[in-house]
Each structure stands twice: as structure tokens, then as C-alpha cells.
Design a protein around this ligand. Structure first.
Ligand code: GLC
Length: 753
């Protein structure tokens, strides 16, 4: 084997208890022998009670073994009745998977995944998923359609809200934490729910950020950027995967044998099952890949889609098998994978959900604590001129709280919150009032009915409140409905008349703080100079209000970092930190002010580099950026060795000191670059991060272990390779850090010398 090929290491897919579910295989095999072809196909179909009570709508399908899973049933008694019918009234008594989109919380809503990603904290992400699993499993849900691991480089795309951002390493680390949180250490535990990594694959590359739009992704980009988070989830034992709606290079993911067979089964040896997305199988005909449902069913089943979600083209599978178009072995393989997860969930031994109201109350208290901590750690301080934040409650007597999202307990929950309870949600103004009591006068003026309103008639009263107060806090952004599935925007400025509101409040001549609640990066260039500070709160969930209050008044210091790049204007998209250098990279001479360009300026007079004439070539805020109320100094970056052999490792260390007056967390980030390789490589790539808490004056050495495997990339010959040579290392509090060093990866020959 070439020394450049990565040794296939045990990938830990055995899971924590060494169980890949094979000890159920005997029971599965004996069950398969008893099943008719129709009963097998029933296990490959997921039903949904679209109209009417589920037991009536689905009862006969369950009795006849016509479906093996259900979706969107969250009443425990109804779920137990459906399980009872399946277990006690069908011929073979196979229990049901009960699926639900438990994406970022259940009744207690956590920050949207993009916000959770900004915490750069796998522990809180894992805790949030665990709390969601405890709440959801109490209703009988035993399968969630999360984590969504689509790499998202386009903030026009509504589903960026549901993603973990633009970076494969951060997405993989946090997605694994979600899988561990949802599934726990034992899938058969009553509060475990099976996870589902989605959408396989490349969904986030939808053209122009329009949801469901086509994607064209070279295999090199697929392998290096879009697939790694799925592989990490599989190595962590994720129970299932979901296919994407989108077509990839002309072949829809739901019928893509390259993805579903070659990559998933042959290369990755994945044993979980694959579910289609909602109606993505009949949509193969809409795509123009197949002529009808029968053709779509054949294309999906033959490619490796084990279960059909919500539609019933798989009713054709029996005929396709009987006519020799599809093998019964393919059916058996699909059913085996589905049954294995049902056994691992313990459903054959305990299909019913007991009344755990008491447990639910305990869970609720812990869920709120986790939601508050997650929200606090997710918020990113983008700007803080003259340290206008934190607000000093000793010096401030009055605050104007203005804007459409100051008191929006539903909107702050964000997208994908079918089960979020707005009555459990605490808004910003509620959080602020609870924190400051009567010590500070709060003048609350919504000023706009919704975030999209263009009615400025209440702006005068808002300005009056600002004039009478020591400082104004503007709560701006997007309502929940403006992001999420099928909710992409072509213009990602603040909606409605919000920018006008900022300009009006600026006229009060007092400090202005903007707190922005949104499901995506917004283009803020038209307000960034009119506010003194910006706290980006994403859609922070049920406890967004107390978290915002704690951060504004310095009870906590902001510690979030951006998991996605903020463009200056929408025309810069796609813009992301781990881009390729190109042959004419922009630099200081690429800064042009289009209005200053002389008439008849000579063709080459403006610099011939990769930039736009009408905007600065850098983003407004970079990946990894996030300010604190204290100051952190990085010093003494070093590596434990100047060279390592292939297969070797070294330690990268840096001394971090809190030189400010406030205790705070810092997310230390480590980036690598392979400046010369057989394929062009990104200018830098995140390969490590650690959240560190330091008291004022405290110094800590932060160390990262670097193995040569972390230098691998998918090369020209369609295999993972590591190439000897120089590697650059940067460490700091943002992807823009300039604190760097380097080391040499030696070839085998050099190592032998
Ligand atoms: C939706 C989404 C998918 C979700 C599924 C079930 O269309 O694309 O992410 O899990 O249907 O609601």
C-alpha cells in the first residue's frame, strides 16, 4: 500500500458497547423467514395521519402490516394505541418506529442549530439533544430526523438555520455530539431516540440558495467538504440517514447509487437504514428521472433507499420483485437494516411508553437550564465600540427597548419548532425586566408590528423613548417564518423598515446597541456604522430572553464565535473562510471605491485580482469571529516537533491569558494549511477548537494533538492521501488570526534518513 494512503483504522463503529446490533441478527433472520413479501415491503413504508385520528387513518394499514413506521404522532396515548394495534392486532406484531423532527428541542426549545454551532461547545450541544430526547421520548417518539449536517455556505438558503454552518470539522464534531445526545449510550434506554443524519448529500449547495434547487458538486468537493460530517455521524453510530431532495450532478440523491451504495455501503460499510425525504421518491418523476411512481420506486429501491417517507410508491415493489426487476435480496437487506434498529431500540421487548409525567417535570427543569446555557454560549458579540457593553446597572437609570423582536416569545424559537411551547418561552424584554427589576426604567416601544413591516408611523414614539433614555437597545432581525425549509431570501438585509428605524434612533444622540435575532447571517452593512454594538442572538429558543439579559448586563460575557461567514452584501455569496487561494488572490491593492474610479480608467489600472469593484473583498465578519467583555492574549505558539513522519503526530501549544477584568470563556481555534499540494487546498481549514474559561489574570497553555491523518485530503486519484511537505498552523480567536507557525511532514524516505 502506498505510504500516502491512509491506513484503514478501526473506525469505532462498534459503538460504545461494542454492539453493532448483530446479536439481534438471529431474531431478525427468523422474523424475515416468516414475513410475506408484502409484510417486508410494509416495513419499508412510513405512514402519516394526514387527516383524522391516527388510529382510524392508519389502523388497517397497521393490522395488515402495510406500514412499519409512523411520523408526526406525538400524543403518548395515541402512540401507544398505534403500537398496540401493530403489536397485538397484526400477524407478526412488529412494533413501530415513531418519527418526529426534534431538531433543536421539543417543548423546551434550544437555540437553532446554527446558533448552537456558534457555541463551539460539543458538551452543551450534546446536553441539548439529550434534553430534547428526554422530552420527546416521553410522548412515544423514538426517532428524530436530526442532526442536519448539510454544509451551508449560502445564507440566502433558509435551511442554513438548521445547519451547523460552513465548516466540515465543526459540523462533524457537533453533529456527533447531537447523535450522542439523542441516542445516549444505550439505544434501548426509554429516553433514547434514534438519530438520523440528513440530508445525504450536498443539499446545502443548492444553486442561488433556493431550497430544493439543483446542485453540481465535483467529487473532490463532495469528498473533502460535504461527506465528512456524515461519515463522522456513522462512525458515532447514527441509526439512520435521510436522502436529500436535491439532484446532484443530474442524479437526485434519492436515486443515487453512487452515494447510497458505493460510498455508504461499499466504502463506509454502513449498517443503519436510509429513509427518503418527504415525497422525495415520487419527486424523482418531477425531477424528470423517472416517468411514473413505479419507475420512481424502482429507481429509489435499486439505489438503496430502505424506507419511503409519507408517500406510497413502494406499493409497486412487490410487482417489481415478482417481475424480476428488483431482487428479493434487496428487499431483505432493507428490512434487515430497519428491524435491526427496532431491536436496538428495544421496541420488541417494550413497545409502549409509560406515563412518565413525573420524569417529564424533572426533565423540564434541566431542559430550561440547558436552554439558557446554550443560548448564552451561542450569542456572538460582533461589535462593541468603546465597550458600550456590558451595561452598567449602577450608571444607567433608563433603557429604551425598541423593535419588533424585543417581546417575541414565539419568533425567538426559530424554525422547526413543531412542538415548541411559546408559553414556555421568555422574551428579551421579559428577561431584562426580570433581571433589573425597578432599578432601571425600561421604556419598551415595539415601533414595528412585525420584522417585515414598512409602516414607520410609530418611529417618532420610539425616537422619543430613545431621547429620554440613557441608551437604546434595538431588537431587530427576522421572524421565525423567514428562515427554514423552503424559506430562502434573495435579499438578506434586515427586512421591512428596520434599517430606517436604526437611522431614526441614531438621531437621539445616545448609544445604540443592536440585538439581532435571525435564522441566518444577515447583510448588516447598511446599519453596522449606525450602532455601537451588535449582539447576534440567532433564534435563541425558549430561554433567549434571560440569556440576552445576562449578556447585556454583564452577568455573563459573550463567548460565541461565528460558525458561518457574514457577507458585506449578498453579491459576495458564496463567501466562506476555507476557500481556495486562486492564482490572483485579492489583497490590500484590491480595495477600490467604485465611485472614485476615474472615467476611462485604463483596463489594468484597478488591479487584476479576485475582487468586486463595489465592495471590500473581505467579509463583514469572518468565520470564528466573536468578541468578549475581557481581553485574551495569545502567546508562545509552538509545536512539539518541527517534523513528523506519516503516521506520526505532534502537539501544538499556545499560552492564553485573560488580560482583562472579567472572567470569560474563549474558543481557541486551530487552523491548518497545506500551501503546496497535488490539488489546490483551502487557504486554511479548522482542525481543532477548545472552549477555555479563564479568570482575570489567569494564563493557561492550550494544547492540540495533531495526527498526520488530519492532513489527508481526497486527491486526484480518487483516494485519501497525505502528502509530505510544509504545513502552516494558525491558532487564535478567529479564522483571521495571524499567529502562526509551521512544521514539516516527512516522506517515508525522509523519515528513514
Ligand atoms: C421535510 C424535510 C426533512 C424532514 C422531513 C420530515 O421536508 O426536508 O428535513 O425531516 O420532511 O418532516
Amino acid at each position: 500500500m502506498s505510504s500516502n494512503l491512509i491506513e484503514k483504522k478501526p473506525d469505532g463503529r462498534e459503538g460504545r458497547d461494542g454492539d453493532r446490533g448483530h446479536h439481534h441478527d438471529q431474531r431478525i433472520a427468523s422474523l424475515l423467514e416468516q414475513m410475506s413479501l408484502e409484510e417486508k415491503i410494509g416495513q419499508m413504508m412510513l405512514g402519516q395521519p394526514d387527516e383524522g385520528p391516527a388510529p382510524e387513518v392508519l389502523g388497517d394499514l397497521l393490522r395488515n402490516g402495510g406500514i412499519g413506521s409512523v411520523i408526526n404522532v406525538i400524543d403518548r396515548d395515541t402512540v401507544n394505541e398505534l403500537q398496540r394495534i401493530a403489536v397485538e392486532e397484526s400477524r407478526l406484531g412488529i412494533p413501530l418506529l415513531v418519527g418526529r423532527d426534534v431538531i433543536h428541542g421539543f417543548q423546551t426549545v434550544m437555540p437553532i442549530p446554527l446558533g448552537q454551532a456558534a457555541s463551539f461547545n460539543p458538551d452543551i450541544v450534546r446536553d441539548a439533544a439529550r434534553a430534547a430526547a428526554e422530552e420527546a421520548s416521553a410522548t412515544g417518539v423514538n426517532w428524530t430526523y436530526a442532526p442536519m449536517v448539510d454544509i451551508s455556505r449560502d445564507p440566502r438558503w433558509g435551511r442554513i438555520a438548521e445547519s451547523l454552518g460552513e465548516d466540515p470539522f465543526l459540523t462533524a464534531e457537533l453533529a456527533v455530539a447531537m447523535v450522542e445526545g439523542f441516542q445516549g449510550k444505550n439505544l434501548a434506554a426509554p429516553d433514547a431516540i434514534a438519530a438520523c443524519a440528513k440530508h445525504f448529500a450536498g443539499y446545502g449547495a443548492s444553486e442561488s440558495g433556493r431550497d430544493y434547487a439543483t446542485t453540481n458538486i465535483p467529487e473532490n468537493e463532495l469528498r473533502n467538504v460535504y461527506l465528512p460530517p456524515f461519515k463522522s455521524c456513522i462512525d458515532a453510530g447514527v441509526a439512520s440517514l435521510m436522502t436529500s431532495f436535491s439532484d446532484i450532478d443530474g442524479l437526485p440523491a434519492t436515486a443515487n447509487g453512487f452515494l447510497l451504495k458505493q460510498v455508504l455501503r461499499e466504502e463506509w460499510d454502513y449498517e443503519g437504514f436510509v429513509v427518503s425525504d418527504w415525497a422525495s421518491i415520487p419527486e424523482l418523476t418531477t425531477h424528470g428521472l423517472t416517468a411514473d411512481d413505479r419507475g420512481a420506486a424502482l429507481a429509489a429501491a435499486a439505489a438503496g433507499v430502505d424506507m419511503e417517507m409519507a408517500t406510497d410508491t413502494y406499493r409497486h415493489l412487490a410487482d417489481l420483485v415478482n417481475s424480476g426487476k428488483l431482487s428479493v435480496e434487496a428487499i431483505d437487506a432493507a428490512v434487515t437494516r430497519i428491524l435491526r434498529i427496532k431491536f436496538q431500540l428495544g421496541l420488541f421487548d417494550q413497545p409502549y411508553t409509560d406515563a412518565r409525567d413525573e420524569r417529564a417535570k424533572d426533565v423540564r427543569g434541566r431542559a430550561f437550564e440547558i436552554a439558557r446555557k446554550a443560548a448564552t454560549q451561542s450569542m456572538v458579540l460582533l461589535k462593541n465600540d468603546d465597550e458600550v457593553l456590558p451595561l452598567d446597572s449602577e450608571r444607567i437609570a433608563s433603557v429604551a427597548v425598541i423593535g419588533p423582536l424585543a417581546d417575541a416569545p414565539y419568533e425567538q424559537l426559530g424554525t422547526w419548532i413543531f412542538d415548541g411551547d411559546p408559553d414556555l418561552s421568555v422574551s428579551a424584554v421579559q428577561g431584562i425586566r426580570a433581571l433589573v427589576g425597578d432599578s432601571i426604567q425600561i421604556r419598551h416601544v415595539p415601533a414595528m408590528e412585525t420584522s417585515r413591516s414598512r409602516d414607520t408611523s410609530a418611529f417618532d414614539s420610539a425616537l422619543a423613548a430613545a431621547r429620554e433614555s440613557d441608551i437604546s437597545i434595538l431588537f431587530l432581525g427576522e421572524e421565525s417564518i423567514l428562515s427554514g425549509e423552503a424559506h430562502s431570501r434573495a435579499d438578506i438585509d434586515l427586512p421591512g423598515a428596520q434599517a430606517e428605524l436604526v437611522r431614526r434612533i441614531r438621531q437621539a444622540g445616545k448609544p445604540v446597541v443592536a440585538v439581532i435575532l435571525a435564522g441566518r447571517p444577515l447583510t448588516l452593512s447598511n446599519i453596522v456604522d449606525d450602532v455601537d454594538a451588535i449582539l447576534y442572538a440567532w433564534h435563541p429558543g425558549s430561554m433567549g430572553g434571560p440569556a440576552i439579559a445576562d449578556l447585556l448586563f454583564g452577568i455573563e460575557s459573550p463567548s460565541g464565535k461565528l460558525p458561518v461567514t457574514f457577507p458585506r452584501v449578498v453579491g459576495q455569496i458564496p463567501i466562506y473562510y476555507n476557500q481556495k487561494r486562486g492564482g490572483k488572490p485579492p489583497g490590500p491593492d484590491s480595495i477600490v471605491h467604485i465611485d472614485d474610479i476615474p472615467v476611462r480608467a485604463p483596463q489594468t489600472s484597478l488591479g487584476m485580482t479576485a475582487f468586486h469593484l463595489d465592495t471590500h473583498y473581505t467579509p463583514l465578519f469572518a468565520f470564528g469571529h466573536g468578541l468578549s467583555y475581557t481581553r485574551f492574549e495569545y502567546d508562545n505558539l509552538r509545536t512539539s516537533a518541527a517534523t513528523i513522519p506519516i503516521g506520526g503526530s505532534l502537539t501544538v501549544s499556545v499560552d492564553l491569558k485573560n488580560t482583562g477584568r472579567i472572567a470569560a470563556d474563549e474558543v481557541v481555534q486551530l487552523y491548518l494549511c497545506d500551501p503546496v499540494a497535488s490539488l489546490t487546498r483551502p487557504v486554511r481549514e479548522l482542525k481543532g477548537f477548545k472552549r477555555v474559561h479563564l479568570e482575570p489574570g489567569q494564563m493557561q497553555t492550550v494544547a492540540f494533538d495533531l495526527h498526520s491523518d488530519m492532513l489527508k485530503f481526497w486527491g486526484r486519484n480518487n483516494e485519501w492521501i497525505v502528502e509530505p511537505g510544509l504545513f502552516q498552523v494558525w491558532v487564535g480567536g478567529s479564522s483571521e488570526t495571524s499567529l502562526g507557525t509551521e512544521f514539516q511532514l516527512l516522506s517515508d524516505r525522509e523519515s528513514d534518513d
